[in-house]
Design a protein around this ligand. Structure first.
Ligand SMILES: Nc1ncnc2c1ncn2[C@@H]1O[C@H](COP(=O)(O)OP(=O)(O)OP(=O)(O)O)[C@@H](O)[C@H]1O
Length: 202
């Protein structure tokens, strides 16, 4: 059982955000462009300085080196970063990615160079790469923004199965209400400097 607790977190325009996510729970956050969704995820991932407290179970973010925290509380940004020449070098121990075939990739994908990837391929491979590192918590920033309807549903199903099986708390930034209805256990909307619970989502 893993729990992520956020207490009185403030970053940018957002102030005093408090949230608790239980094992296998998906909490969606939506809000207008520029309202602070990505910055909220970055603060929780310890990628941006912020006020307030974030805890993984009983362990505060402030007590752990940022690199170790980020391995456990892993953010998958909308624009993923790739450092090596080939896809396979980004996967731990050269391990084959679970879900490769399901996401429509041929076996030789691990040998592909990163610079040939389309935006949708990058997005799917970034999700597989994150899951291969076995984080305790997942922070997803519009994980299907570059995918068509059919692939969005494949990726959603795969993610939901993995999230429930591994019991990961997940904060999922989304703008599509249909997707939010499909995946969210709870839905918050950013209104000004606050997160407001959307009616009927709990
Ligand atoms: N490091 C930073 N310092 C100061 N302001 C920042 C920083 N990073 C982002 N901002 C600003 O904070 C606001 C929120 O940015 P953020 O990227 O979180 O928005 P968002 O809700 O994710 O938007 P979108 O849906 O367009 O991706 C924006 O006005 C942005 O310009």
């Amino acid at each position: 059982m893993t729990t992520l607790t956020i207490e009185a977190l403030s970053i940018g325009m957002l102030a005093g955000v408090s949230l608790s996510l239980g094992s296998g729970e998906v909490v969606c956050v939506s809000g207008p462009s520029g309202s602070g969704k990505s910055r909220l995820l970055k603060a929780i991932a310890d990628l941006e300085p912020h006020d307030g407290r974030v805890c993984l179970d009983e362990t505060p973010q402030s007590s752990m080196p940022a690199s170790r925290w980020r391995q456990q509380v892993m953010m998958v940004p909308a624009d993923s970063q790739w450092w090596f020449e080939t896809v396979g070098e980004h996967f731990p121990d050269g391990r084959e990615a679970d879900g490769l075939a399901e996401f429509g990739f041929p076996e030789e994908t691990m040998g592909w160079t990163v610079d040939r990837l389309s935006s949708g391929e990058r997005q799917r491979l970034a999700l597989l790469r994150a899951m291969a590192r076995e984080p305790s918590v997942l922070l997803l920033d519009e994980p299907t923004a570059n995918l068509d309807g059919a692939m969005t549903e494949v990726v959603e199903r795969w993610l939901m199965q993995a999230i429930r099986k591994r019991g990961m708390p997940v904060l999922w930034v989304a703008h599509d209400n249909d997707q939010i209805h499909r995946v969210a256990d709870r839905h918050y909307r950013i209104l000004g400097s606050n997160l407001e619970l959307v009616d009927g989502s709990h």
